[in-house]
Design a protein around this ligand. Sequence first.
Ligand code: TXA
Ligand code: MG
Length: 339
Amino acid sequence: MKEQDPVAAAARMLEQGGLVAFPTETVYGLGADAENPAAVAKIYAAKGRPMDHPVIVHIAPDASLDHWATDIPIEARELAAAFWPGPLTMILKRAPGIPDAVSGGQDTVGVRCPSHPVAIALLQAFKGGQGGLAAPSANKFGNVSPTTAQHVRDEFGADGTVGAVLDGGQSEVGIESTIVDLSRLATHGPVLLRPGHISAAAIAAVIDQEPAAPDVAAPRASGTLESHYAPHTPVAMQATAQLAQTLAQLQQNGRKVALVHYSDLPSAHAAVKLPATPEGFAHALYAALREMDHAGADVILVEAPPQDGAWMGVNDRLRRAAHGSTGIVHGLLNHDAPD
Ligand code: TXA
Ligand code: MG
């Protein structure tokens, strides 16, 4: 008998209610049949994610958005035409018949069509291309998102909850999709729930309205929790001008420093130098944070990127990674290192 190809085998597993991790252009996703509440529940269990955090539904390029959403504004069609397949998630009013499970009980649904060829092949093989895959990032809740198949295996390795991990190489974009909420467009305008590779300016260029930052009453998004995407080692951001001095002081005080930087710097306990462009930095950021997290350092010191709009997604993720580590550099400098 001919070996079934891995994508077809994964699609059958998903149709039977299993979990499959698959590559997307942003990060790897942990997928389940979005219309099978028992399958979606397995995602929450595997991730350790609270049940009221909604997941994104991934659809094939030819699938119908109207199956998932209702009262779809023309702006959503325009954004889909401009950016799909690609790293944009739209929050829309949920169509009747779409289970509560995918939206954490909210009356909205997050939908995106990914551009990674393996993701598209999987979506086309799954339910004849007409289904949807609920897929959060394939990491334990709060951890750094995976950008390689190995990262996924590191997260879920031995526990047997993930039926298959499809390998599609390193994710090109490297940070999670931009999320724009269009579900209350008439009253609230477009709202940027999560910045990403597709910038607010790029969205504004298509729909003539700049998406605003969310207000406190905006729907809960786990990617918008203050502490998220965080390594286990404390993370501190440092401006380029202070970085060399802070590094020297920490090392004089016997501290092991893991550096994530883009300028030239003296050597540290461990370091990853990233490209000095927003695209290059985002592409390699999560792999760098994971690598530095395993370096046995006291702190991961990250060179703060510029503040302009193109860096918004990267700055957002770094701020969350560093949240909870406030004062770490000060603490390491003012207490003696253990022998
Ligand atoms: O790039 C991505 O979006 C990746 C890949 C796998 O596609 N997925 C991803 O999923 O980042 P996740 O679950 O880690 O983040 C999804 C975000 C969460 O912040 C969630 O709360 C929000 O999307 N979200 C999903 N549906 C929503 C809804 N109906 N209303 C508000 N936020 C929603
Ligand atoms: Mg996530």
